[in-house]
Design a protein around this ligand. Structure first.
Ligand code: PGA
Length: 250
């Protein structure tokens, strides 16, 4: 067991309207009041239009709020984008960057993610920086090389173990119901901890696993030495499931 505090993060992606989101946030908020003695941290990352509503629904709770992406600039003519300053202003403490749905779905490069992460740090946001290989890259035995390159290119000079959380999310395990094996996760997390040592205090850094995490596999995943939490997509939309995953961390 490490002494790193588990982080249970929910990535709602493009799901939920105001009423669903508020109901979900309120149910969770009641379980984790301010003064959190639960033994884990909890973060929810709703879609942008819901941020204000979810912030209100979380009042009185220790649950933290995050964005799912941000721009590298503070403001300006960037139609459709959201700046780190806006996230901060909306009550966010965290932002997810480099998710595979951004890297692959929106063609985001590690260089761009690095610039976004630098901007997020400037505004005092903690970055949840995602990395992960595709199925093809794993089959070609390139998983570690791909993750190493993503880490080295995406982690900005401003990164510390306090302001940067790394999330390993193998692309082939996201939303597929196919969870990576404990050996795959354990090996990759140990590799990531070793790799980031040149950029931050690796012993203190929190490394999350993401990809089809659900109540039935959470305990096994969270018990691994180098897994300090999880980034949950689908199962974070159901309060009981997300809470069951969280309590499996303690
Ligand atoms: P999933 O998504 O839990 O639905 O697989 C995880 C993620 O993409 O963050």
């Amino acid at each position: 067991m490490s002494n790193r505090r588990p982080m249970i993060a929910g990535n709602w992606k493009m799901n939920g309207l105001r009423q669903d989101g508020q109901a979900l946030a309120k149910t969770l908020a009641e379980k984790l009041p301010v003064g959190n003695t639960a033994g884990f941290d909890m973060l929810v990352c709703p879609p942008f239009p819901l941020l204000g509503h979810i912030e209100a629904a979380l009042s009185g709770s220790a649950i933290m709020l995050g964005g799912q992406d941000c721009h590298m600039r503070d403001k300006g003519a960037f139609t459709g984008d959201t700046s780190p300053a806006m996230l901060k202003d909306a009550g966010c403490s965290h932002v997810i960057l480099g998710h595979s749905e951004r890297r692959h779905g929106h063609g985001e490069s590690s260089e761009l993610i690095n610039a976004k992460a630098t901007a997020a740090h400037t505004h005092g946001l903690v970055v949840v920086l995602c990395v992960g290989e595709t199925e093809k890259e794993r089959d070609e035995q390139r998983a570690q090389a791909v993750v190493e390159q993503q880490l080295m290119e995406s982690i900005p000079a401003s990164a510390t173990a306090e302001n940067t959380i790394i999330a390993y999310e193998p692309v082939w395990a996201i939303g597929t119901g196919r969870n990576a094996s404990v050996e795959d996760i354990s090996d990759m997390h140990a590799f990531i901890r070793k790799t980031i040592a040149s950029r931050m205090d690796a012993a203190k850094a929190r490394l999350l696993y993401g990809g089809s995490v659900k109540p039935s596999n959470a305990r096994e995943t969270l018990s691994l030495e180098d897994v300090d939490g999880v980034l949950v997509g689908g199962a974070s939309l159901v309060a009981e499931d997300f809470w069951a995953i969280a309590t499996a961390s303690i």
